[in-house]
Design a protein around this ligand. Sequence first.
Ligand code: SF4
Length: 417
Amino acid sequence: MKRVFIETYGCTLNHADSDIMRGILEEAGYAVFPDAPIFILNTCAVKETTENKLISRIEKLKAEGKKLVVAGCLGMEPNQKRVKKADPDAVIVLPDAVSHIVEAVECAERGESRIFSGGTLKGSLPREYTAPILRIGAQDGCVGNCYFCQTKIARPKLASIPLREIKRWVEEGVKRGAKEIQITGQDTGAYGIDIGSTLPEMLREVLDVEGDFRVRLGMINPGHAKRMLPELLKLLGHEKFYKFLHLPVQTGSEKVREEMNRMHSVGDFEDVVRNARKKFPDLSVSTDIIVGYPTESADDFEESKKLLERVEPDTVNISKFSSRRGTEASRLGKIDTLEVKRRTVEMSGLVKKLGKKRNSRYLGRIADVLITEMQKTPTGRMENYKQVCIGGDAGVGEWKKVKIVDCNHGSLFGEQV
Ligand code: SF4
């Protein structure tokens, strides 16, 4: 039995790429085993800390005698040299070359180091159908050029999967038990710009698929969300569509937003949230904030806090600024580490307070929860994608009616009724 193992890091899009690589490998007769001689590391390069962790992982696996295929964003220059230093024999598969995964594994078996780029578009490739959660990587690349972002360098070209392929994946996935379809990408708002389609058009087709499932829309830039707001509001009204938006704003300071070269204003973000919440008061909003961008003054940081206090997002992914090789921002120097640490602690405190405030609105409510995973207790999502941990027995893929009895900043807790 030919055996490989895939270790995946980073975003949902990267996990969706691993689902495709697993499908191709299984079709070629490979089995995925944790003690396999060949390891495929599907890497992430979004932060320096992640990069360092992955380089140590490569060195450790190399020392254990594993043969390595390095896929994902770390394989791309300007990080490739570091990967090759950690393991000169590593075979590299760039993010747009997942169709070459079998050849790459065969090269690794032979000890032949190669770099694979380009290849067959992902939509026509075999894939693994996971359930109850099915990840659909609808597009790669974006139309932005944010000065802090290295993902843009690793996945430079906008490549949208044709609508009919996405629909075929969803139909097959639902037939095989998928209950939650995660439509993801580098920036889902850019979907279709390269193929004469649009995100709303694609989502309408997905929602037309027969079956009892929910759709979670992944990260969409506020600029795109504002541009397509009327259609997005209609889609949010569909019973199969989680009332949830992930809108990365990154900063509350218009000055810093401009210096980051983000293609939306802070006001665009607020407009989208305000209009969507007017129609769906329980809309769950997730955003991302970078703390310590090189040009962020103490006043700019206060602007970010004030923005969150005004908008009250449900969840905020806080990142300390991480200088990434090859980006414009890497030439801007850094703010004192202790000051960045102080700001991050302050921001985390605020985010927890706001999260708890948003969640306490649900105490005493009765909600329908789709069980999607088994943590300490059965855990699922209510219609706005809020995470609910429930007591009692429940199976993955089941709907349960619960009364919300408690909460913290990140989760709700419910009892079955
Ligand atoms: S929109 Fe900006 S942050 Fe997002 S992937 Fe593109 S360049 Fe990076």
